[in-house]
Design a protein around this ligand. Structure first.
Ligand SMILES: Cc1cc2nc3c(=O)[nH]c(=O)nc-3n(C[C@H](O)[C@H](O)[C@H](O)COP(=O)(O)OP(=O)(O)OC[C@H]3O[C@@H](n4cnc5c(N)ncnc54)[C@H](O)[C@@H]3O)c2cc1C
Length: 407
């Protein structure tokens, strides 16, 4: 584990203020235009902004200082993540976007020196992108033990065959971290799978398509690919950790990854809420009367405010627990925030759209973009139902013990 730098409240406040100013002044004015551009053009613009972030010293806020980042704790990075979430471009411009941030974390922890040279450092530098290829169309992603993709050892190489989808940001990425079965007969199902680095230039990789999501296939960073791996050969030195460590490695990225996502969602909620309030006070419903004067709208504003505040507190509390006691001891809190904040996000976006009337479903505001892109929040990183079931089982454990004692 790499140590983090605990910053004083004062220095954190300064960092947050400067990042907020950058997001509001540099990203808000261009975000709508960038999201409608071809990815290759957008990338050039975003690369320029990335250089500005480097100069400001805020590059890779989630990465340990030894690797060139700000070395923030999970709680501190959570607060940064909320501000970056105010714009759909925030995380990408600061190089702390999923799935690269999770892959950086894995590579820092498990890569060999050679793997770090080839994959981690260019990723930290921002000169390449990556993706994480685990989910398969033919198997329930909620139970990853059902995976079919195999990596069979042949001399000094693994031969990978499989069919994946929803590999986010594969379009234009340099490599994928692929989850594949390396030991199909191991009685411990959790030890059958490994993580292998696969350059996307490897022969036998077919990016079938960027999957249209709610009518938009996207491109480059903003896309999700269906991929076929057909007799792909990579050197055995591309294995991460040891054979059978796939799930153990995957676990390490879950806790911090969920804090990042949830605080990004809180940021989106804040922005949508701000848009909703501004619209409510400006939309004239009859002479001299605005939408803000309607009681239903007032109820929504009060309820949304309460939900966003509760979401923020829950996530920061979970982050604090991870920082102090490790993610193993914060599993319930992590599951709670995953389903709770994803639902708050979807509710706030829906209310903000409703307040905007027909304008809300046009692409003239950001709301429709988020509505399309963030519905998935209730599905990826474990659907709501999986997390709720986990939380309930954990709570019910103590009741089961009481019942056993009383009988
Ligand atoms: C926007 C987005 C980005 C993604 N990015 C990536 C990525 O980069 N890499 C990657 O590998 N994967 C990615 N995924 C895939 C994601 O991890 C899977 O979609 C997720 O694990 C669910 O698997 P599934 O879609 O196969 O749904 P299934 O497992 O088939 O489940 C279908 C539904 O069944 C219900 N359900 C499941 N389990 C239970 C249960 N125990 N109790 C009650 N109901 C249940 C839920 O409502 C669930 O939505 C992404 C998905 C989305 C939407």
């Amino acid at each position: 584990m790499h140590t983090t730098t605990v910053r004083s409240e004062e220095s954190l406040k300064t960092i947050l203020k400067e990042i907020r100013t950058f997001v509001e002044k540099k990203l808000f004015p261009i975000e709508q235009e960038v999201l409608k551009m071809e990815w290759n053009k957008a990338k050039i613009l975003l690369d320029g902004l990335r250089q500005d972030v480097k100069k400001m010293g805020f590059w890779c806020p989630q990465v340990p200082e030894a690797y060139g980042g700000l070395g923030l704790t999970n709680r501190q990075h959570g607060m940064v993540s909320e501000i970056l979430g105010l714009s759909p471009l925030g995380h990408y411009v600061f190089n702390c976007q999923a799935p690269d941030a999770g892959n950086m974390e894995i590579l820092i922890e498990f890569a060999t020196d050679d793997q770090k040279q080839e994959y981690l450092y260019p990723l930290l530098e921002g000169s390449i992108r990556s993706c994480f290829s685990m989910t398969e169309p033919d198997n329930a992603g909620s139970n990853p033990l059902l995976m079919s993709t195999t990596a069979v050892r042949d001399g000094d190489e693994y031969v990978i065959n499989g069919h994946k989808w929803f590999t986010s940001s594969a379009d234009g990425a340099s490599f994928a971290i692929v989850m594949a079965i390396t030991d199909p007969t191991n009685p411990n199902l959790y030890k059958r799978t490994s993580q292998i680095i696969v350059p996307l230039t490897t022969k036998g990789i077919h990016i079938v398509r960027n999957i249209p999501v709610m009518g938009e296939a996207g491109a480059g960073y903003f896309s999700h690919a269906e991929i076929k791996y057909d007799q792909c050969r990579v050197p055995v030195t591309n294995l991460l950790g040891y054979e059978g460590a796939g799930f153990a490695i995957a676990q390490t990225r879950l806790g911090p990854g969920r804090i990042h996502h949830c605080m990004r969602w809180v940021g989106i909620c804040e922005r949508a809420f701000d848009m909703m309030c501004k619209y409510a006070v400006s939309r004239q419903m009859s002479p001299g009367k605005t939408l803000a004067e309607k009681q239903t709208i007032q109820n929504w504003i009060a309820e949304c405010h309460a939900e966003i505040s509760a979401a923020r507190m829950l996530v920061l509390d979970a982050a604090d627990k991870i920082d102090k006691y490790g993610q193993e001891n914060a599993r319930t809190e992590i599951s709670v925030i995953k389903f709770y904040v994803a639902n708050v996000l979807n509710n706030i976006l829906d209310k903000a759209i409703q307040v905007h009337g027909a304008l809300g479903i046009t692409d003239d505001t950001l709301l429709s973009w988020w509505y399309r892109h963030e519905r998935g929040a209730r599905i990826y990183d474990g659907p709501d139902e999986v997390h709720k079931s986990r939380v309930a089982k954990e709570i019910l454990k103590s009741y089961t013990n009481i019942n056993e004692r009383s009988h």
